[in-house]
Design a binder for this molecule. Structure first.
Ligand code: NAD
Ligand code: UDP
Length: 330
């Protein structure tokens, strides 16, 4: 399935031969690897493309040797020539620590990556889904966030490489749709957590769980009063795959997340309770441009996808804690 050159022209007729083949960029990351599992379980062939910047081989190790799975180490800022009939574009570091490590590369991944994947979709007449983010709303002035809100984003701050990169990617998706009639799907993902999160990604869920399990201080940034809404990965993946299967008239953007809203202090208390840890709380300065509150309005997802998140925060955290416990043990 993977090609680095050769036959680059696939017409409409030939593209029907590609039915059942999916490209997942960022496929060895946290969400991408769960997506590969889900698509394989549905009987599709999966090409997982990743440069392993934040992705981990262990996330897809169990798939190596699967007859319908292929891994290709590749950076999406470079053109890619493969044959598939649908593309999920997830390649991009997602945690503030990771995306601020090399901000220029982060913007390139979002923007050049989107151009390359959209160009590929155009050649193949393939459907393409973009993993966008609630960060397109920035530090929102509208709460909860609806898809018609244009956001409140600092264009020159430390988070801008990610926020503006993702906003530009959305622009490219809609321009390809209008200009080239491309079949696009854009989902705006709100904070999602679960097993296979990178242990060093600095995100609040992985940080708090690891700190609690190791008996280290729980690092609360600011006064811990800022809020987030946490979606368990299985719920998110259900919505994402459902979105890909919608008719061509459904483009999004559609918010995907769990509307339950928690302050970081509340999250710390729940993690301490579920782990049985006695870790103390330690207050640290709030990072620049850290959004004060975030909660998705998922009315559109409910109506369009008939989807609803099912996993309560405590249940999802128990699964995630079990994952990190086994990671520490190994
Ligand atoms: P992740 O860091 O685990 O996964 C991202 C993957 O992309 C990694 O495997 C990484 O190696 C790969 N990657 C990065 N740059 C690349 C490049 N130039 N070429 C090829 N591969 C590259 O993060 P995740 O949480 O799984 O996020 C997946 C996608 O979902 C991202 O696009 C992210 O922006 C989006 N998203 C995630 C969340 C969340 O809470 N997890 C929220 C909003 C949006
Ligand atoms: N946060 C925190 N302690 C940590 C890591 C994060 O208090 O150890 C806070 C962070 O300031 C933010 C929230 O938790 O307000 C969510 O942070 P995360 O990096 O997980 O995601 P994002 O800010 O991108 O939503």
């Amino acid at each position: 399935m993977a090609q680095t050159g050769g036959s680059r022209k696939v017409g409409v007729k030939a593209s029907s031969l590609l039915d059942g083949r999916t490209l997942v960029t960022g496929g060895s990351g946290f969400l991408g690897s769960h997506l590969c599992d889900k698509l394989l379980a549905q009987g599709r062939e999966v090409l997982c493309v990743d440069n392993l910047f934040t992705g981990q081989k262990r996330n897809v190790a169990h798939l190596i040797g699967h007859s319908r799975f292929e891994f290709l180490r590749h950076d999406v800022t470079m053109p890619l020539f493969v044959e598939v009939d649908e593309i999920y574009n997830l390649a991009c570091p997602a945690s503030p620590v990771h995306y601020q490590h090399d901000p220029v590369q982060t913007t390139k991944t979002s923007v050049h990556g989107a151009i390359n994947m959209l160009g590929l979709a155009k050649r193949l007449h393939a459907k393409i889904l973009q993993a966008s983010t609630s960060e397109v709303y920035g530090d929102p002035k509208v709460h909860p966030q609806t898809e018609d809100y244009w956001g409140h984003v600092n264009p020159i701050g430390p988070r801008s490489c990610y926020d503006e990169g993702k906003r530009c990617a959305e622009t490219l998706f809609f321009d390809y749709h209008r200009q080239h009639d491309l079949k696009i799907k854009v989902v705006r993902i709100f904070n999602t957590y679960g097993p296979r999160m990178h242990p060093n990604d600095g995100r609040v869920v992985s940080n708090f769980i690891l700190q609690a399990l190791r008996g280290e201080a729980i690092t609360l940034y600011g006064d811990g009063g800022q809020t987030r809404s946490f979606c368990y990965c299985d719920d998110l993946l259900d919505a994402m795959v459902c979105m890909m299967q919608t008719g061509d008239d459904v483009t999004g953007p559609i918010n995907i997340g769990n509307p339950g809203e928690f302050s970081m202090r509340e999250l710390a208390e729940i993690v301490l309770e579920l782990t049985g840890s006695k870790s103390p709380l330690e207050y640290r300065p709030l990072p620049a441009d850290d959004p004060k509150q975030r909660r998705p309005d998922i009315t559109l997802a409910r109506q369009t996808l008939g989807w609803e998140p099912k996993v309560q925060l405590r249940d999802g955290l128990k699964e995630t804690i079990a994952y990190f416990r086994s990671l520490i043990a190994s």
